[in-house]
Design a protein around this ligand. Sequence first.
Ligand code: PMP
Length: 435
Amino acid sequence: MSHIFPRHTKVAPPKAMRGEGAYLFDETGKAYLDGSGGAAVSCLGHSDPDVLAAIHAQIDTLPFAHTGFFTSDAAEELADRLVQNAPDGLDRVYLVSGGSEAVEAALKLARQYMLETDQPERHRFIARRQSYHGNTLGALATGGNQWRRAPFEPLMVETSHIDPCYAYRLQTGGETNEAYGRRAADALEAEILRLGPETVIGFVAEPVVGATAGAVPPAPGYFKRIREICDKYGVLLILDEVMCGMGRTGTFFACEQDGISPDIVTIAKGLGAGYQPIGAMMCTQRIYAAIENGSGFFQHGHTYMGHPTACAAANVVVSKLTDGGLTQRAAQTGDDLRAALLDRFGQHPNVGDIRGRGLFLGLELVANRDTKVPFEPSLKLSARIKRAAFEAGLICYPMGGTIDGQRGDHVLLAPPFILTQDQIAELVDKLDTAM
Ligand code: PMP
């Protein structure tokens, strides 16, 4: 018996033995097509020789140096690469080891910025229902998924939640996409006014909502309006691109497609592509300058931040995603996968919506396509699809609670960008079998 503390204590998972390209293999030799890249992590697939070589070379020279004492070539190079490819104004990079750490850093930096700029009464965040920002206590507080939050309430970071931008469920019959985008964004202004603008630090949102909603993209104009509202009230816009960033949606940052730039952005998952644990929080020079010209010390840090080996891996990942053209490939392959999904499931009586951007796609499952009535939560549909797909040799990411944390099911797909046409067909066939 293993002494490992598994996430699910009642079902022992198989043991993964090796990974190659878009596949993982267990101890019996069974192959699993990685249709979700783990959880939108493995953008390069599982055996990229260039990343492995970079890791080996870094370990041979400098495996680790604590950032309390040193910086490193690998970390500086990564910061430069990220800034070169980021939306305007995101000039500073704070390197951490994962998504939740990046979100914690963002929340604490935003709060400290308010203190350093003499706005101490700003202490609250606004976020959206049906969002996920991580499992540490601060990140959990901003996330809007009631099921995850409930056991730990009251949470320490004061956050209130507005409705997400979720056209499939919340757009009304006669409304244009633009009008809906505007209405959904105006909910932020109403909430800021309700709370008092002088008390609000920032608004936190995923540009394309991942785990809790199944690749829900914003309506046209939504984030432009959100940006305007944040500027009007001096509220920081914090975008969480941990899942949707790093080329997954077909642009390096997802928010590029919305024509806006945030004050703070968080990234992780695809940044290390599964080869190393790494994440980052990026912010504008204005925010950085407030710390630099104020106390001069960001009151936050982690032992493994800026880890040279993780940075060395991420440098290769970012170079492949940008100069290497893999992000464009995600856009193209995403179009192909979406077309295949529409072809197979477009008329399926239990598929209400097929959506997403690039290789970040979701299917919303409904008991009745016409009325959009969800399945009964007690059916545990998502969990059953996950098991059936796994049985068939497909890793996908089904989740329940799509609508409000309780009702509604979706399947999230986020495969490696190297997916071939044959693998697209295999993915769709296996998902069909499972459903
Ligand atoms: N933010 C988002 C949008 C995420 O999807 C996740 C992970 N699913 C996180 C934050 C937390 O990242 P991690 O699991 O690396 O802590």
